[in-house]
Structures are given as C-alpha cells and as structure tokens.
Design a protein around this ligand. Structure first.
Ligand SMILES: NC(=O)c1ccc[n+]([C@@H]2O[C@H](COP(=O)([O-])OP(=O)(O)OC[C@H]3O[C@@H](n4cnc5c(N)ncnc54)[C@H](O)[C@@H]3O)[C@@H](O)[C@H]2O)c1
Ligand SMILES: O=c1ccn([C@@H]2O[C@H](COP(=O)(O)OP(=O)(O)O[C@H]3O[C@H](CO)[C@@H](O)[C@H](O)[C@H]3O)[C@@H](O)[C@H]2O)c(=O)[nH]1
Length: 329
C-alpha cells in the first residue's frame, strides 16, 4: 500500500510527505513542478513528474505503486489570478481533479483526502464559521474547490470511495526541523511577506485595508501551522482506512489575529521595525475568517502542537533565512 500525494512538491504537500514518511508510509509524489520544487521532495519518497489531468499517467502510477489512497493537494492557489484567469483555474482545479478522480475510481483507490479551503464560504455571515454554513464562494478559486468537493460527494455515493475534505484557513510556518517551508518567491501570504520585509528582502509591507469592521480595522484570519495541518491529514487517512465515513472538516485553531497584530508579532520576534504602509482594501478579501474548529478535534482526535503565533513566525523566519542562505551559496 502506498499513498499518492498530488502537489507533494509544493508548500503544504511537502509537509504532508514528511508527516507520512515519519509515520512509516510509502509515498509517491505526482507533481508537474508548475509552482513546486523537486528539491522539496525527500529522497525516501518516489517522484513522478507530470500532470494530474493525465489519466493514463495517473492510472499507471496507481497500478505500479499499489496506491490505496490519494492526498490531493495539486492546484493553482492565487485568488486574484483566479479572477483574471477563471478558465485556467477551472481547468486545473476542477477539470483535472475530475480526471484524477476518474483514474482513482477505475484504479480501485479507496480513499481521497482533499485540500479544500475557507474560500468556499465567501463572506461568512458568522464567525467562527461552522462547516454546515451554506457555501457561497466569491471568486473562481473558491468555486473551483467547491465543485471538487461536490465531485467527491457524488463519487463517494456512486462508487463507494470515501473521502475527507479539509477546509484550510490560513496556513503558515514551516517544518520545525527545518526540512521544508514556503518556497514560492512571489508568494503573497501575509506571514511570508512580513518575514521577507523583516529580513530586508522587501522594502516595506502593505496593509490592505484599515477600515474593516474588526477590532483594529484590519482583516482577521485564523493562522494554522503547516505541520499541524499535515498531521490532520494523516489522522484523516487513518480514519478512512479504519472504515470511517466521509467527512468535511475545517482546519484552523478557532483563533483570529488581525493583520496589524501579525505585523507586531513579526516585528517583535525578528527585532526589526520594518516599514509598514497603510493601503486601501485588496479586492475580494473578507473582513474576518475564523474556523469553527471543534469538529476536527472531536472526530479525528486532532491535537495541535504549534498553536502559537510567535512560534509560527519563528519557523517562517528561520525558513526565509535558510532559503536566502541556499540562494547565496
Ligand atoms: N496556502 C494556503 O494558505 C492554502 C489555504 C487553503 C487551501 N490551500 C490548498 O492547499 C493546496 C496546496 O497549496 P500550497 O499552498 O501548498 O500551494 P503550492 O503552489 O505550493 O502547491 C501546489 C502544488 O501543486 C502542483 N501542481 C499544480 N497543478 C498541478 C497539476 N495539474 N498536476 C500536478 N501538479 C500540479 C504545483 O507544482 C505545486 O507543487 C492547494 O490545493 C490549495 O488550494 C492552501
Ligand atoms: O502583503 C500583504 C499580504 C496580505 N495582507 C492581508 O493579510 C490577510 C491574509 O492574506 P493572505 O495571507 O494573502 O491570505 P488570504 O487572502 O486570507 O488567503 C489564504 O487563505 C485562504 C483561506 O482562508 C486560502 O483559500 C488562500 O489560498 C490563502 O492564500 C488579508 O487580509 C490580506 O489583505 C496584507 O495586508 N498585506
């Protein structure tokens, strides 16, 4: 038995690969390296370079490696890009997920763990957001993910596979042992960008919006540490392999931090008072997104290990330093 990790050369997928290897699993990574990195895949994992939409390649990979479960991370993930290129997003995230699922069903794969997102909720009417809130995504990225959730639901009913859809809130930090982290040079994620500003790799940091109806006017988000998140996937896989039902679970800590609070923590932890510019709102940003986070703990017995923003920022800073050192070498 082996687990196929699509997008395993990317930020979150590479942490899942580490978590699976640490748990003694056989791992095969399928990644087209469009935003991922070959060096992010550890030597103990098998690597197949290719497109998850290539049904013949996926079928061959499933058969050759005896795949019983797929952890499906591969996607395009930049919300504003999905607004300017919706068909590109529906192709990669929805149409190619359909091809992957078809090959999985035909190849007898029993379980799928899917990377969904808080973006399926759009502008939620309540916070913390419960999983059963009606889905009203406000951009093509969120819709492309919602449709894949629907395909999974329908496929589970029709073909008997089981799945866990995990709706991530804001993912941050890096492997505590320094083996992986967020490597995308043009990443737009707040904690990454703030760490780059602290290390002098960016001249300043923009705060997008200071007039939101929140505690200090900036947006509030629930930041979950990436290895904690990967651990939830491993528990989800155990749950399915033991015969558990299909599930949809939020992944967050249930704790919100404003953009200005995050910046304060990055300044304090780094000891650098970098320049911050107050800017107009960024289109498409909901004011607040906090996970209703009880279900994942109750159903999977998930216990976070790194629920501490200072610690998450320390990991992100350490990773940025190591990236800078490896680029300089
Ligand atoms: N980063 C976040 O805060 C966040 C939040 C919610 C959900 N997610 C979801 O988590 C998953 C992983 O995101 P990430 O932050 O690690 O992004 P990432 O860009 O680092 O990783 C995506 C990986 O998928 C690969 N890929 C893309 N299209 C592919 C294709 N057609 N075939 C094969 N490989 C392909 C890329 O090369 C990359 O390695 C995505 O599904 C994303 O939607 C991320
Ligand atoms: O330079 C920056 C970058 C971000 N922000 C703000 O910081 C917050 C968080 O932004 P970001 O880190 O870009 O994450 P989100 O836009 O919240 O989206 C993330 O979290 C979503 C789920 O909550 C996922 O679906 C997305 O893939 C993932 O990028 C938002 O209010 C941004 O406006 C700034 O003010 N300045």
């Amino acid at each position: 038995m082996a687990v196929l990790v699509t997008g395993g050369a990317g930020y979150i997928g590479s942490h899942m690969v580490l978590e699976l290897l640490d748990a003694g699993e056989s791992v095969v990574v399928l990644d087209d390296l469009s935003t991922g990195f070959r060096r992010a895949v550890p030597a103990q994992a098998q690597f197949v370079q290719g497109d998850m939409g290539d049904g013949a390649l996926v079928a061959r990979t499933i058969a050759e490696h005896g795949i019983d479960a797929i952890a499906h991370f591969a996607a395009r993930i930049v919300v504003p890009e999905s607004v300017s290129d919706p068909l590109g997003y529906y192709l990669n995230n929805t149409v190619k997920s359909r091809a992957l699922l078809e090959a999985a069903v035909k190849g007898g794969v029993r379980h799928v763990i899917f990377s969904s997102t808080a973006a399926v909720y759009g502008e939620p009417s309540v916070n913390p957001v419960p999983e059963d809130l009606p889905l009203e995504p406000i951009n093509p990225y969120g819709r492309s993910k919602m449709m894949t959730e629907w395909m999974l639901q329908d496929s589970a009913r029709a073909y008997g596979l089981t799945y866990v859809a995990l709706r991530y809130f804001n993912v941050a930090g890096a492997d505590p042992k320094g083996r992986s982290g967020q490597s995308t040079p043009q990443a737009t994620h707040l904690i990454k960008v703030a760490c780059q500003a602290a290390l002098g790799q960016r001249p300043y940091l923009d705060v997008f919006g200071t007039d939101y109806p929140t505690k200090d006017g900036s947006c509030v988000r629930d930041y979950i540490q990436v290895s904690d998140l990967a651990r939830a996937h491993v528990l989800a896989l155990d749950h399915l392999r033991k015969g558990g039902d299909s599930l949809t679970l939020n992944c967050g800590y249930g704790q919100g931090y404003s953009v200005l609070e995050v910046i304060d923590v990055v300044k304090r932890v780094s000891g650098v008072d970098f320049e911050v510019r107050l800017c107009p709102r960024r289109p498409g940003d909901p004011a607040a997104l906090i996970a209703g986070a009880d279900r994942v703990r109750e159903v999977l017995g998930w216990q976070p290990r790194y629920q501490n923003l200072e610690r998450i920022v320390e990991q992100a800073l350490a990773w940025e330093r190591s990236l800078a050192e490896s680029e300089a070498a």
